[in-house]
Design a protein around this ligand. Structure first.
Ligand code: MLT
Ligand code: MN
Length: 297
């Protein structure tokens, strides 16, 4: 199985347009330790020919332009994209679906809750209805047309996206992770870009994967308050911090295989390659995903 990180940052990317925090300032200046990053998503493939996408950020147009494997065959409109799987209705995970609206030549899959949340509340999204199917939690669904990659959505602690709070109630299907298995080899990845609390079932999913991509939004619980006075703690915003007693790093340290943080917020000090926080994550055996990272397993 091949994996490409299309975008490694959280919604807003780096630099974030309205942020004057250190990382955004340095990224704007072109500081090599703080490279610019796009908003979150992965691409996966069994053979390097047919691809599926996990979460569609508003940066998807540029991410596809930068990735020749997903370009159309010259002289045609054939793009080797089979499925876009979305783990939640967060805008940074779904806005890219409308970026793809020129052709409905692929399929969208999510849980029923996510599909209904998106399609029920905004007329523009109705155009995606014919290609959007829902699957129950933990049920297998083929990602690629050849059936070589199997996806399963597993539940994580639910967080209703802010813009849906008035109209939708939290449900087991609200926020999910994805387990992707290559059937021929058994190779398995886990993708959990939004993780409010690391419960034992989610920890078991992460431990059972060969490679995992995990929510690394905030390094510390109060990080956002440094640039946004009065901002809530990380967990209240739906993201367990990396550090601290309830942090994810302690649970991820020492897991077999490889672990990458994704969905880093522009305020996260790990985005500075020379920071002590980055060094601490690396000492625990965890890596920070970069845009364009490609791995094979
Ligand atoms: C999140 O990851 O919590 C959301 O993307 C934040 C938001 O855009 O409301
Ligand atoms: Mn997000």
């Amino acid at each position: 199985m091949k994996v490409r990180v299309l975008g490694s940052c959280a919604g807003g990317g780096l630099p974030q347009w309205n942020c004057g925090g250190d990382n955004s300032v340095r990224a704007r200046r072109g500081d090599p330790d703080v490279p610019a990053r796009t908003q979150p998503g992965l691409a996966v493939s069994a053979d390097g020919v047919r691809w599926s996408i996990l979460n569609a950020s508003p940066d998807l147009r540029g991410q596809l332009a930068a990735f020749p494997a997903l370009h159309p065959k010259p002289g045609t409109r054939d793009v080797p994209l089979d499925t876009v799987a979305v783990t939640s209705a967060e805008l940074d995970h779904v806005l890219g679906l409308l970026v793809l609206r020129e052709a409905l030549s692929f399929r969208i899959v999510s849980t029923h809750w996510v599909r209904e949340a998106m399609l029920d509340h905004n007329a523009a999204w109705h155009l995606l209805q014919p290609i959007w199917s829902s699957v129950p939690l933990d049920a297998p669904v083929a990602l690629d047309r050849d059936g070589r990659l199997e996806a399963r959505f597993f539940p994580v602690a639910p967080k209703v996206p802010t813009y849906l709070r008035e109209v939708a109630k939290p449900h087991a299907e609200t926020t999910t992770g994805l387990r992707i298995t290559e059937l021929a080899s058994g190779a398995r990845i886990a993708f959990v870009p939004g993780l409010k609390t690391l419960d034992s079932a989610t920890a078991a999913e992460l431990a059972a994967a060969d490679v995992r991509f995990v929510d690394g939004t905030f390094f510390s619980a109060d990080e956002l308050r440094k640039v946004v006075p009065g901002a809530p703690d990380a967990t209240a915003m739906g993201h367990a911090p990396i550090a601290g007693t309830d942090g994810t790093l302690a649970a991820l340290a020492g897991l077999p295989g490889r672990t990458w943080y994704v969905h880093m917020n522009c305020t996260n000090p790990v985005l500075d390659a020379a920071s002590p926080e980055r060094a601490r994550v690396r000492r625990a055996g965890v890596e920070i995903a970069d845009d364009g990272l490609e791995i094979e397993l």
